[in-house]
Design a protein around this ligand. Sequence first.
Ligand SMILES: [Zn+2]
Length: 162
Amino acid sequence: MATLTLDLPEAPRPQAAYRLAADCPRCGVPLVLRQNRQTGALFTGCSAYPGCAFTEPHDSRVQTLSTAVVQAVQRLAAQVAQAQAEARCQVAAAQAAAQRQVAAERATLERSVRQLIALAHPDRWPNTPLAHELTVALVALRETLRPGPHVAPPAEGTATAA
Ligand SMILES: [Zn+2]
């Protein structure tokens, strides 16, 4: 059966140091956002620490901006997950509808074959070998219309997506 898969962005995880979109003015490696363990204050530091001890006070406007970006990514991930769930529901509903339609068509065919079997019954056509042959052929046809053991009947009210 069809399975819809979408690649979801990974949920952002809290990190010890956020990489900033700027490089150290002293050594040129990327700057990171760090937190003072004692005071809890945020500051910008060099990712090459302790090789490079460059620091500068953190601009809280940058923190606000990066928090907004993280929240936007989380909202987007939630929206993608919701769209994925809705798509799965639609696929399951379409599969259930198709199974119902196949079952209905098979039932109609079986009804027609039953009527033909009754019509061709040898008792109605004594001394007619064709009636016997026709009945045998129709009974064989009816057997082919029965759902095989490999076809599970659709469970009522549940949709299985494999
Ligand atoms: Zn540096």
